[in-house]
Design a protein around this ligand. Structure first.
Ligand code: NAD
Length: 906
């Protein structure tokens, strides 16, 4: 008889082991925890919890007296008969589970007939049988064995232990099974007590089913994309059916598998605004919006991320189904590529990989990458870009802390007159803050200005106005055109500028150019501001030629609204640029390069390089991406100049073709010389380690991998469809694989995303179409030279949508079988003509069936339901009617002397 609170042993104190140990301690058991990792054991002995799992630290602290930690198995064997095995079973290179640690534990067991192993680790079906054989061979047949698979989810592991959905115990009905059942009894969870093989299979089947649900909704998402549906709505709609259930219909990355470090960047469109953000900053932003995500998964509203697929020329923004975050302690792999791009991710993060040639594109884990592999670079975005527009300065008043009553507006004179000539009582409403309306009216007339709040009350249009404050000289136009001149000035600022606020009221933006050699740039900036009614001051210091714009309003617009940095260390590209036309991007880049860039001939020419140095990490990343957006693959090198305390990023454009294309980055006066030099280059040497193909896809070669220990948060996305997102410098990575699914992926043919279940679904659908052919052949024999009429072509009635339409496959198959096909559809003919070749289109149903050997109802339009079947019979040469939709009145068809056949109907 076992003691009431049976002491237990737990071997392996990772997520599962430590949670199990602390959980049983909470239930009053003494627990001996064994791990081979001495450092981990020492930390646990000191009371530290080496993993992050909500509630675990408290649970361990509360039960410290009952938890003992040791590296010596003998401690557990001495005190406990039940030994829970919770060692890792990571996937091997081939995707199978690595049972090395499990076997090490088994081998370490002494002969005993009063101990039992309780297997918590996830093992393949059949492991118990092989362990038992191994024990028997070594004279340890008396050792008990129970399979007790674990279903906890990281992030909610403590709750999952204390409130499990079910407990599965697989045993031979012996003392060990009884003891495990007794241990779990206080939790009151449904118990599945079964044989060992079934228990193993339950864990595998649960994983398989969850993976199927994920794959299923991912595939649905693909179809949603093609049809304009919203997959989240679909998931909600089907999830409310209690036979289906809502969980794991959100792509299920709650598993938290492979991820990227938090300082990697992504280009996202969030509520319509495009921003380049670090993953950790994006997560913080989503948490601020949605509240803390206890389970590490956020299904964000209105978030899209730049994504790319091998069959697409251009990257594009796609909706993010969910973003995940989790604590991670272990090695991170830094994937280094040619051209200086690098990304830090977990070793199991999947990447799209090619051989840099014509070979197939595969998926490899970060850890498996080698110098033979090439990674995709997302290039050239030309879609969804905005033409030049205007931006209003008004929003900056709030950022500058200027109240509407302090903001002075000078509307065009005629606008003001319309106000001043209004009746006194109307003006009183507008100028109400002033006790004497008459006095205020003449003030407005004299100064030609209003306060912003007055303008609002007067319902006057802001267009054509200038804005300012009482304390500030500058009165810029209220709207600034986002034209190329503007982007040039922004670019020059990113390279040469800084800005600051003096106290609350005044702010300034400064461009510092070369003292003697950059007069043209000084003129360019001054002229730009003058066009916007702002007098910029140009002056020479002993070391530079500076242009200063003095305005709190403009300074706030510059830094708070446009989001430019205040110093060279903080500079970043403005969010607005990501959605601008290519010409604007070139203008911005040319400003940046003109300010901080240089060009030089290599060894006196003819080869040339264009280079930019910046100390801002964010600007470097942004410029690399923006260059990629306009189709230029630049390389990045990081180095430290002698006097600097911070790394400088060197961004370099090379290769004759690229130089020609990137010529706007060279100052205008130097362009002819550079082009002439490059054109002398007889052999065009492409940059090494980077290839660009005819279809526009670009790839960079892997240079090496560095593994370093890491402790912190890691992040990933689920992007339905291509399952990729574009990260640092344009490198494209796959979505994370849910951890437990990698083994299943192996089972499913090692093809990653191509889960076989989907193939089965498609096959069933295809078979259905083939059945129609079989029915026709049954009646007509060979179809060669037979006339077949298709009634309806559209994918369903009341639409002209031909996507996924059965008629496409059916007509192709009929023609392949030698039949001649004619068709009638009330609305889809035009669309069908685009997609279907070699078929004749009729103007009405009777014309379609005239002379036909058989008619097939493909789309159940109302017009076919009410057909005059006698007229049909008279027109047809044959008499076969196949009702592909089970929509016709079989009796009416038969009454006309025709042969009716439906689907699955006798
Ligand atoms: P883990 O890597 O966090 O922990 C494994 C621990 O076992 C480590 O501390 C390691 O040092 C120790 N260990 C390795 N070999 C040992 C040996 N010979 N003797 C003693 N200790 C040894 O792993 P985990 O996430 O806790 O997973 C453990 C098992 O549970 C795996 O099979 C896993 O598939 C399964 N599982 C995990 C989860 C989960 O969410 N983490 C959920 C269900 C099932």
């Amino acid at each position: 008889m076992a003691p009431e609170r049976e002491p237990i042993g737990v071997i392996g104190t990772g997520y599962v082991g430590l949670v199990t140990a602390a959980g049983f301690a909470e239930l009053g058991h003494d627990v001996w925890c064994i791990d081979i990792d001495a450092a981990k054991v020492e930390r646990l002995q000191r009371g530290e919890v080496p993993i992050y799992e909500p509630g675990l630290e408290e649970l361990v602290a509360r039960n410290r007296a009952r938890l003992r930690f040791s590296t010596d198995l003998a401690d557990a064997l001495e005190h406990a008969r039940l030994l829970f095995v919770a060692v890792g079973t990571p996937p091997t290179y081939s995707g199978d589970a690595d049972l090395g640690a499990v076997h090490a534990v088994v081998d370490a067991m002494p002969p005993s007939d009063h101990h039992a192993l309780i297997m918590k680790s996830t093992v393949p079906v059949g492991t118990a049988a092989s362990i038992r054989r191994a024990l028997a061979e070594r004279g340890k047949a008396g050792f008990g064995y129970v399979s007790c698979p674990e279903f906890l989810k990281e992030g909610t592991a403590v709750r999952d232990f204390l409130e499990p959905d079910r407990v599965v115990v697989g045993d031979d009905g012996d003392w060990a099974g009884d003891a495990v059942v007794a241990l779990y009894a206080p939790l009151g969870a449904p118990l599945v007590r079964t044989d060992v093989a079934s228990a193993e299979m339950i864990k595998l089947a649960a994983n398989a089913f969850l993976a199927t649900k994920i794959s299923f909704i991912n595939e649905i998402a693909n179809v949603c994309e093609a049809t304009g549906a919203d997959v989240t709505e679909v998931a909600r709609g089907i999830g409310l059916d209690d036979r289906i259930g809502p969980k794991f219909l959100q792509a299920g990355v709650g598993f938290g598998g492979s991820c990227l470090a938090g300082d990697e960047t992504v280009l996202v469109r969030h509520h319509g605004r495009t921003t380049l953000l670090r993953l950790e900053d994006l997560w913080a932003r989503l948490e601020a919006e949605d509240g803390p995500a206890a389970d590490g998964v956020i299904e964000p509203a209105g978030l899209e991320v730049l994504s790319w697929a091998p069959d697409r020329r251009e990257p594009l923004f796609l909706p993010v189904m969910c973003m995940t975050s989790r604590r991670y302690e272990g090695d991170l792999v830094e994937v280094r590529t040619k051209m200086g791009r690098r990304v830090r991710c977990t070793p199991d993060h999947p990447w799209l990989v090619s051989d840099g040639d014509d070979g197939p594109i595969e998926i490899k884990l970060a850890d498996e990458l080698s110098e033979r592999d090439w990674l995709p670079l997302a290039l050239e975005r030309t879609r969804d870009l905005h033409p030049a527009g205007l931006t209003s300065l008004v929003g900056s008043a709030e950022a500058a802390g200027i109240a509407p009553s302090q903001l002075i507006v000078r509307p065009p004179r005629e606008q003001l007159e319309t106000l001043l000539t209004r009746p006194a009582e109307e003006r009183r409403v507008v100028l109400a803050r002033h006790p004497r309306v008459g006095q205020r009216t003449s003030e407005v007339r004299r100064t030609g200005t209003l306060r912003f709040d007055e303008l609002g009350l007067a319902a006057l249009d802001l267009r054509g106005s200038t804005l300012g404050t009482a304390t500030n000289g500058a009165h810029p136009r209220s709207e600034i055109a986002l034209d190329q001149a503007f982007w040039r000035v922004v670019g020059l600022y990113l390279a040469e500028g800084c800005s600051n606020v003096d106290g609350r009221r005044s702010g300034r933006i400064v461009w510092s150019f070369h003292r003697d050699r950059e007069q043209h740039l000084v003129d360019e900036v001054c002229a730009f501001w003058l066009r916007h009614n702002v007098r910029a001051r140009a002056w020479r210091s002993p070391t530079s030629h500076q242009v200063t714009v003095q305005s709190r309003l403009l300074q706030a617009w510059w830094t708070d609204v446009l989001g430019l940095g205040c110093t060279s260390y903080e500079q970043r590209l403005p969010d607005l640029i990501w959605e601008r036309a290519q010409s604007d991007k070139w203008a911005l880049l040319s400003g940046i390069f003109e300010g901080d860039g240089s060009w030089s001939l290599i060894n006196g020419g003819p080869s040339c390089i264009i280079e930019l140095g910046t100390v801002s990490d964010e600007l470097a990343d942004g410029v690399l991406r923006l260059l990629a957006d306009v189709g230029i693959v630049a390389s990045r090198r990081i180095g430290r100049t002698t006097k600097s305390t911070k790394d400088t990023h060197w961004i370099r454009v090379s290769g004759a073709d690229q130089i020609e294309r990137a010529i706007p980055l060279v100052p205008e006066r130097d362009r002819p010389g550079v082009l002439a030099s490059v054109s002398r280059q007889s052999k065009r040497i492409a940059p090494t380690g980077f290839r660009r193909f005819e279809d526009g896809a670009a790839w960079v070669r892997v240079k090496g991998l560095d593994r370093r220990p890491y402790r912190g948060d890691v992040f990933s996305f689920e992007v339905p469809g291509p399952h990729t997102f574009v990260t640092n410098g344009g490198l494209t990575v796959n979505n994370c694989f849910p951890k437990d699914v990698t083994a299943l992926k192996q089972l499913a043919g090692n093809s990653g995303y191509h889960f076989q279940l989907l193939n089965a679904v498609i096959e069933v659908n295809e078979l259905q179409k083939r059945r129609v052919i079989a029915k026709l052949e049954k009646h007509l024999g060979t179809l060669v030279d037979k006339e077949i009429a298709l009634l309806g072509l559209a994918f369903k009635p009341e639409t002209d949508d031909m996507r996924e339409a059965t008629s496409l496959v059916l007509s192709a198959r009929l023609q392949a079988a030698g039949a001649r096909v004619r068709a009638y559809d009330p609305v889809a003919e035009a669309q069908a003509r685009e997609l279907m070749r070699g078929i004749a289109f009729a103007d009405d149903p009777i014309a379609a069936v005239r002379g036909a050997d058989a008619a097939v109802l493909v789309t159940e339009w109302e017009v076919f339901r009410t057909l005059d079947w006698n007229a049909v019979a008279a027109a047809m040469a044959g008499d076969v009617v196949i009702d592909g939709r089970n929509a016709l009145d079989a009796d009416a068809v038969r009454a006309a002397g025709l042969v009716y056949e439906g689907i699955g109907r006798s």
